[in-house]
Design a protein around this ligand. Structure first.
Ligand code: ZN
Length: 217
């Protein structure tokens, strides 16, 4: 399957998540025949910039298989240079039409950042880089009077969407040309369900009942 339309790509992801949520996954593209078929080249229809949390495995929660998703995961879905470069590779070289920022409730990286801000004590080692990357979202949450972790998570997802677009001219150009869309999704660990919390362009249709809010663009 080669998808080039952002709206179709989003619909495909949402359909896969629905299968996963309802306990009726098809496990597509995970057999040996498909493995051989995609060995010569990949055309993933979505980039997932997700949190590294072990319960957030992209191919499982979207019920997809080999060659479908180009996955970049860091604790707290931070958007540093290597992440931006990976997204740009997928969008500009592979022609992937959709970038999804995937966060989740009870995110440990967001909790660690909030704890560091409250105590004034940054964590040791490179974990500090993760906490520092989440800090701007914490400040935005504070401005909005949001203090609960899951509320901060949604703000951080929307902030990551904005950061990808602000810091990658390649991605911004692809979105401006209509070749790509960027969508922020929040995953519920217990229910297994994703909800759209941000979308650029805002015309990308959201699921019914989603609390989608369009960010700039
Ligand atoms: Zn997390």
């Amino acid at each position: 399957m080669t998808l080039t339309d952002p709206t179709q790509a989003l619909a495909e992801l949402q359909a896969g998540n629905r299968r996963f949520v309802t306990g009726a996954p098809r496990h597509p593209n995970q057999d040996s025949v498909h493995r051989a078929a995609v060995a010569d080249g990949q055309h993933p229809f979505a980039v997932i910039v997700g949190c590294s949390d072990s319960r957030l495995a992209a191919e499982i929660i979207f019920d997809r298989g080999l060659g479908d998703l180009f996955v970049v995961r860091t604790a707290g879905h931070t958007a540093g240079p290597e992440v931006l470069g990976s997204v740009e590779y997928a969008v500009s070289v592979l022609g992937t039409p959709l970038v999804v920022v995937l966060g989740h409730d009870s995110c440990g990286a967001v909790q660690a950042a909030r704890d560091a801000a409250r105590t004034g004590t940054p964590p040791d080692g490179h974990l500090r880089a993760v906490v520092d990357a989440v800090a701007p979202s914490l400040r935005r949450a504070a401005e909005q009077g949001v203090d609960d972790v899951n509320g901060i998570v949604d703000i951080h997802i929307a902030h990551t969407v904005e950061a990808l677009l602000a810091n990658s001219a390649v991605l911004a150009a692809a979105v401006a040309d209509g070749r790509c869309a960027v969508v922020g999704m929040s995953y519920r660990l217990a229910a297994g369900e994703v909800q759209t919390v941000a979308a650029v362009p805002s015309v990308v249709p959201a699921q019914a009942g989603d609390r989608a809010t369009a960010v700039a663009g």
